[in-house]
Design a protein around this ligand. Structure first.
Ligand SMILES: Nc1nc2c(ncn2[C@@H]2O[C@H](COP(=O)(O)OP(=O)(O)OP(=O)(O)O)[C@@H](O)[C@H]2O)c(=O)[nH]1
Ligand SMILES: [Mg+2]
Ligand SMILES: [Zn+2]
Length: 310
């Protein structure tokens, strides 16, 4: 008899499925799953997927037989060089990018690349600025500037110190009743937040010394956790790149909400906002209406796109 379940962990060969109220079964998959767009992914079934499964003779293992329709999914490349694609998560209601001003520094362009991907996936996105306990002087100014830039565009920003347990309440509220994904560079404190929200989890987190080495990743597979305060939060491995949405050169600016809204005033309907005459976007950058770093991110993304087709 088939039962419905929710995939809470996927390693590409084994899948942990939550069913009923609190029960968990380890599954493998049977049959071939069609992934939208004919993608070749390393994991046909991902965290967040709703599936049908059957128990094997012993009731502790099962076989996934059917993948139910997805409302959305998020991709990433398995590694920088690899052509293989991993589905990071499916059926996500909200994505949170956790960033830090220092230890480690999150690059502005990385934030913008994340946000345009979320826009392209049409998944609401917010920022969590963690480790506020560390920021004084210039770092504190940098944080406030960043928050004012992103809030003006319409992204919610949450100040958080996992270490000092500060800023948790608004997050608990927004996580309730939905499936959220938390992403960000390695070492920003994603898993630490989960451990704070549910101390029983005791998930592995990094030690400060680990982060002196480059490319150190503590969390290796995305995993969904049910929060005691309500909702599900997917912890994910530290990422350098995110998204993998193929965008046309002339639609990239559609995913910068503030650039998009001003682009209506450009002289040419096909303006790319580079150096066209009477470009309303460039004017808005000069006047400080559009943040110059955001515009730089836009230019760099266009530039990458040029390289791709060379
Ligand atoms: N000062 C300070 N340190 C923090 C805070 N939150 C987490 N850390 C530290 O940051 C380090 C990395 O934390 P993790 O939770 O493992 O980071 P992660 O984002 O899950 O990293 P990956 O799994 O590699 O992607 C640990 O040493 C934490 O103790 C905070 O609010 N303030
Ligand atoms: Mg982690
Ligand atoms: Zn323009």
């Amino acid at each position: 008899m088939k039962q419905e379940g929710l995939v809470i962990k996927s390693t590409g060969s084994r899948y942990r499925v939550l069913y009923g109220d609190h029960d968990v079964v380890e599954c493998t998959i049977k049959g071939r799953f069609r992934v939208s767009g004919g993608l070749k992914s390393t994991n046909p079934v991902a965290v967040g997927d709703r599936v049908l499964f059957e128990f094997e003779s012993v009731k502790t293992t099962g076989i996934i037989t059917d993948l139910l329709d997805r409302k959305n999914y998020i991709l990433r490349r398995a590694s920088n060089l690899s052509r293989q694609i991993q589905i990071l998560a499916a059926n996500v209601d909200h994505v949170f990018l956790m960033i830090t001003i220092s230890h480690p520094v999150t690059q502005a362009e990385f934030i913008d690349r994340f946000l345009i991907s979320a826009e392209a996936y049409r998944i609401p996105a917010s920022l969590i600025i963690n480790k506020t306990d560390l920021y004084t002087g210039d770092d504190a100014d940098r944080m406030e500037h960043m928050i004012s830039v992103y809030e003006k565009i319409g992204y919610k920003c949450f100040r958080l110190s996992v270490r000092e347990h500060k800023g948790l309440e608004p997050l608990i509220e927004i996580f309730r009743d939905k499936i959220s994904l938390i992403a960000g560079n390695s070492g920003v404190g994603k898993t630490s937040l989960l451990n704070l929200l549910d101390p029983e989890l005791r998930l592995k987190t990094g030690k400060i010394s680990d982060y002196h080495k480059q490319g150190r990743h503590i969390t290796t597979f995305p995993e969904m956790h049910r929060l005691p305060s309500g909702g599900y939060l997917i912890d994910s491995p530290g990422i350098k790149g995110f998204g993998m949405v193929d965008m046309q050169r002339n639609e990239i600016y559609h995913f910068f909400p503030e650039i998009f809204s001003i682009s209506e005033n450009c002289k040419f309907y096909n303006c790319l906002h580079l150096d066209e005459p009477d470009c309303a976007v460039r004017l808005a950058v000069e006047e400080g209406e559009i943040d110059s770093q955001r515009y730089r991110s836009y230019l760099n993304i266009i530039e990458d796109d040029n390289r791709k087709y060379r």
